[in-house]
Design a protein around this ligand. Structure first.
Ligand SMILES: [Zn+2]
Length: 508
């Protein structure tokens, strides 16, 4: 869970915190009412009924069992290990098991808060549903054929099995074994942090690297404590560039669940969905990290009011969510997609796909270096796309039409510059939008990673401000707050090379 919804609840929480502060620390994590050893499965067969919670050993056996039973479409992988040496197990489900295909990667993960366990069983059951439905159910077959699906039911097993005997979730705790809340442990733009694993918890580091290496297009992070779909941002009041799309897919999830049970996700001002910040501020969450740094899309699914949901309620929670879980995966098949290649050689290109008059610095996506494939999930509309890659002419594609629940296929071939341009001349940067209103982006090209100094000067040479930023290939966003309407010179320098461009600011 993330927090309370209203001021009244905030006061209530304060009262609870005061109570907890006066209570011995261990008492915070003692047995939840209504959850005991009888909620744990007695054996593997009972665990496979999805009516009880698997022990850690049964969980391992189930994950291995899926891969053994469906070797053509399932492989057991790991995102890495935990502080106590358990594994962050992940099933990969796809039709071509041994290849990294030119398909979008999708990820479900649950229980990074170790005592929020409903998703643990829901995701095991979802894996079983996908595997047993492949070849029989048209919708499931389409998902498995066209996506690379990753399922990680337990993202903080040390916290979930903190009793240390691997047999019961009764003493499951929110934090990892170092007492760290993993959903506050990711790099945050609002803390001014780079996309850097240094100093983070092992579980966080492994999840960051996995997300980056697999180039996950769409994901969801399952929690408990309330019932709501929470979409970005958690750490700022401004809206995501794709806020309309986020509300659309969140709405779809909640509506479908509430159609099964009208009491589920009930009581939220926006009927089962919420903007993270509008609920309450949280810094260092995974959904913000994925959206900020990786060009990915992720929501946080809060799927049960109770942390340690009694096993008797698992069936009902599955019935409510199974349709929505599949719908959410299908969204990964829609939007604009295609391949970016070199016009001459047809080799794949890692290119940047920018949606003009729509994207912010954080919402642009890139095609993969291996296949040149890209996936731009976006709400229905007509868009203008610009594809760009270092050493190539930009290509602008007008009137790209997108319809909800459909894919728009768009392949782009980029033409290389005629001659290899020496580095001194090639170093460049782009400013957009230009003229700028409120904010503008600086996108450097052909410059080694490191520190960049950006300074804004008036036309008579007066420096307005200067900023030194770490550059790792991304885009740098500036506010025009300190600037009056007018024309400025923006100087971009890495100490060896520098370039100047004109920038026009319109401050309404
Ligand atoms: Zn949580």
């Amino acid at each position: 869970m993330h927090g309370p919804t209203t001021c009244t609840l905030r006061l209530l929480l304060l009262a609870i915190l005061c109570y907890l502060a006066a209570t011995p620390l261990e008492a915070q994590w003692t047995k939840a009412v209504g959850f005991d050893e009888n909620d744990m499965a007695l054996d593997l067969a009972e665990a496979l009924s999805f009516q009880k919670y698997p022990t850690y050993y049964q969980y391992q056996e189930m994950m291995e069992g899926f891969a053994l039973a469906y070797p053509d479409i399932c492989r057991l992988d790991t995102i890495g290990s935990t502080v106590q040496g358990r594994y962050l197990l992940a099933l990969k489900i796809s039709d071509q098991m041994d290849e990294d295909e030119d398909e979008a990667d999708f990820l479900y993960t649950s229980s990074m808060h170790g005592n929020e366990i409903v998703g643990y069983v829901l995701l095991l059951r979802l894996a079983d549903t996908l595997l047993s439905g492949y070849g029989h159910d048209a919708e499931i077959t389409e998902l498995v054929d066209n996506l690379q699906i990753w399922i990680n039911p337990l993202a903080n097993p040390d916290g979930s099995f903190s009793n240390d005997n691997n047999l019961s979730l009764e003493l499951a705790q929110r934090h990892n074994i170092h007492g760290i809340d993993l959903n506050r442990n990711f790099p945050a733009i609002t803390r001014g942090e780079a996309d850097d694993t240094t100093g983070r918890e092992l579980e966080t580091r492994n999840m960051m690297l996995f997300h980056r290496d697999q180039e996950i297009v769409l994901s969801a992070n399952i929690h408990s404590g309330t019932e709501v779909v929470n979409y970005p941002w958690d750490d700022r009041s401004s809206l995501h560039a794709d806020d309309d799309w986020y509300r659309f897919i969140s709405r779809e999830y909640a509506d479908e669940a509430m159609a099964v049970d009208p009491d589920y996700m009930w009581g939220w001002p926006d009927d089962g969905i919420t903007n993270g910040w509008a609920w309450y501020e949280a810094i260092g969450t995974r959904q913000d990290y994925v959206n900020n740094y990786l060009g990915g899309r992720e929501v946080t699914l809060e799927l049960s009011d109770e942390y340690l949901l009694p096993s008797a309620e698992l069936e009902q929670h599955w019935n409510i969510n199974q349709r929505s879980l599949l719908n959410y995966m299908s969204q990964c098949l829609y939007g604009i997609r295609g391949k970016i290649t070199d016009l001459e050689s047809s080799n794949p290109l890692q290119a940047r796909i920018h949606v003009e008059n729509h994207d912010s610095a954080y919402s642009v996506v890139y095609s993969s270096a291996t296949h040149g494939d890209y996936y731009r999930l976006i709400k229905e509309g007509v868009y203008k796309l610009v594809a760009s890659a270092p050493g190539y002419y930009n290509d602008t594609i007008l009137n790209v039409e997108v319809t909800d629940y459909q894919a728009t296929f768009l392949d782009v071939q980029l033409k290389a510059w005629p001659n290899k341009v020496p580095e001194q001349e090639a170093f460049d940067f782009r400013i957009y939008p230009n003229p700028a209103v409120h904010t503008f982006m600086v996108e450097p090209a052909n410059i080694p990673y490191g520190e960049l100094e950006l300074s804004v000067h008036s036309l008579d040479g007066r420096m307005i401000f200067k900023k030194t930023v770490p550059y790792h290939g991304g885009i740098i966003e500036f506010s025009t707050k300190q600037m009056r309407s007018g024309i400025y010179l923006l100087r971009c320098s890495n100490g060896k090379l520098s370039r100047i461009q004109r920038l026009m600011v319109i401050n309404p």
